[in-house]
Every structure is written in C-alpha cells, then in structure tokens.
Write a protein that binds this ligand. Structure first.
Ligand code: ZN
Length: 345
C-alpha cells in the first residue's frame, strides 16, 4: 500500500490552526464532524463534548476503538491584575518557560478575541535587575494585552474576566526536510493520521473485519479524556498519541512508538505483541518504549472500568509539551501501523 499523506497534512494544518485548549474544544470537534460528514461516517457527540464515529465492519459484535485527543495545552485567566495584565492558570502540564514570549489569544464569554503576549512580570533587562533570574512560575508570568489598558477596569471593559480561555499561537511550520514544527502536535498529529487512514479506507471501499469506532476525546490533557464514551462492544482499544523522544528512549520523530508501559502500568501484552508483529512484517520503522510520566486515553478508559485490551502507539514528538516537532516519516509509520492493524484479523 502506498501512503499519500496529502489529506493527513491538510487536516493537520487546519487542526493546528483551530484552537482547542482542554475545555474549549468545540471548534476542533466541529471541524472533525464536517470531515466525517464528507466521508459519510456516522458519529455521535457524547455529553462531555467528545466525538464517537463508527465505521461498520464485518463483525459488529466484537468491535475495535481507536482514539486520538483533540484537546491541547492552554491556559485560563486566573486574575485580572491591577496593572492591566492577566495572571494565568495552566490547562495541562507544561513548563512556564516553554510559553514565555508566546503570542496568545484570549476569548471572552461574548466570543471576542483579544491578542496578547505571555511574559514574566520583569520582561526587560533594561528595566528589571531580576529579568534573567526571576523564576518562571505561575505567579511571575503575565499576559500583556494588545489594547490600551492601564488597570483592571480597562481590561474588564474589553469583556475579559476570570475563566476566559487563552490559547497559544501554534506557530505551525512545515519544513523542506519533512519536519513539522508546531505546538499541539500532541495529539493533533495522531488525529490527522487517524482521519487520513479512514479516508483511505472510504476512498478504496475497504471493509474492515471488525466494526471500528473512532473516539475523538477532548479532556485527555487533564486525564479523564476516555473515562466515558468507549462503545460497549469494544474489545480492543488502541490509543494513538505521541511517542516521547530523548532521554534514553528509542523513539524518534521518524518512527512510530509502541508503548509497553506508562504511569498507569503495562499495556496489554498480547495486543502489544500483535502490533509489534504487524510492524515487523510490514517493514514499519517502530520502537518500544516506556513512558513513566505519561498517561493515555486507553489507560483512562481502563481506569474508568471499561473491559478492554489496551494499547498505545504514536509518532515520536520531540520536546513534547514544549517546542514540539515531528516528521512526516513518523506520521507515515503511524499511518501504516494503524492501517495494517485495522485490516488485520
Ligand atoms: Zn497527548
């Protein structure tokens, strides 16, 4: 099978440029609904905002579910400060220095967008003796709003208030050598791969051996993404989420990682062996790694009491939750492994 990533990359770019911090994922979910509509794959929204699409297969009694999460890191306004800046609270786990200097957008409850920049409260070496040494932690970070404001009242007059979502500029770039640099490749890269594979199945009239659900979750970054919503007949649950890179791991931006264990414990051994076998027999560049500081939607589903065999695969993402980068080869290897799994018995 020849993999054409054109559609996957189109979806990825569109998704990366559609803000969806945890808790504010509507626009990204709507975009995915239109893509499922185009493919004629039926879906339903669950109450918490996630999406479950179902692709009918020969066996409807034993089903498979593959998941990807569309929520990303982000922030929320915690305080409108007297000096006219904003204090933030984080959505998801990241280092404050990884968003220092980032352009951001605040969305008001009326739906107006106001731009700004995240910086420390001592952002200039000309002015502050502690500009270099100030600890990059929540209480020292603030948003400079791109509007003429002198105090909290001026800011509130713009409609900005506590609880407003703040999203980061993704700075999405596709480079000449196949790299993709952007925030939020976790997990939009995987979601784009999933859509690419299903578009291929639809375009080529391929019937899968098992009915397969595509579960797009929207609260993964805070841990409870797939804790509800896994279709009842699911036997195997495959989470597609980024593989970690660096620090003695085998993962790379060019490979698909098969996780053996994460902070929730080991993944289902038989399921993992099967994925390894598929990767080997189809010349897919893969590796096996262990992620001690990582949880997935498959483990969230299991923890919630879902009776499934679970596994986790995904493209390597370097500097995850910070200056993320992956490579088209990593997407291709993930695409390939997902495809061969879906058509396998
Ligand atoms: Zn993720």
């Amino acid at each position: 099978m020849k993999i054409d990533l054109t559609y996957t990359l189109e979806v990825l770019e569109e998704l990366l440029n559609t803000p969806s911090p945890t808790g504010y994922t509507k626009k990204a979910i709507e975009f995915l609904m239109t893509e499922f509509d185009k493919m004629n794959i039926p879906y339903k929204l669950i109450n918490k905002g996630g999406l479950v699409a179902t692709f009918k297969g020969e066996n409807d009694e034993c089903q498979r579910t593959v998941s990807g999460h569309v929520d990303t890191l982000g922030a929320m306004v915690r305080e409108v400060k007297n000096n006219g800046t904003l204090r933030l609270t984080n959505l998801g786990g990241y280092m404050w220095n990884s968003v220092e200097g980032e352009y951001c957008t605040i969305i008001t409850d009326e739906g107006n967008e106001v731009t700004g920049t995240i910086m420390t409260s001592a952002p200039s070496t000309h002015v502050y003796n502690n500009a270099r040494t100030l600890k990059r932690e929540e209480e020292n970070m603030e948003v400079r709003i791109d509007a003429v404001v002198e105090n909290a009242d001026d800011v509130k007059a713009l409609g900005i208030n506590n609880g407003n979502f703040v999203y980061f500029d993704p700075r999405c770039k596709f480079t000449d050598h196949g790299f993709i640099k952007s925030r939020h490749l976790d997990d939009k890269a995987s979601v784009a791969v999933i859509l690419g594979v299903f578009k291929y199945l639809v375009d080529n009239n391929i019937t899968l051996p098992y009915t397969t659900n595509i579960f797009i979750t929207n609260f993964e970054e805070v841990g409870h993404g797939a804790s509800y919503g896994t279709p009842e007949k699911t036997v195997e649950f495959l989470a597609i989420d980024m593989g970690c890179v660096g620090g003695g791991l085998q993962g790379s931006e060019q490979k698909v990682t098969i996780a053996a264990k994460d902070s929730s414990g080991p993944y289902d051994y038989d399921f993992r062996l099967k994925l390894q076998e598929l990767a080997k027999s189809n010349n897919i560049e893969y590796c096996i790694d262990i992620f001690p500081n990582y949880g997935s939607d498959a483990s969230a589903a299991l923890r919630a009491g879902t009776n499934i065999k679970h596994a986790l695969i995904g493209p390597g993402v370097h500097a995850s939750h910070a200056w993320e980068r992956t490579h088209q080869d990593g997407l291709r290897n993930t695409y390939s492994l997902l495809y061969y799994y879906l058509v396998s018995n």
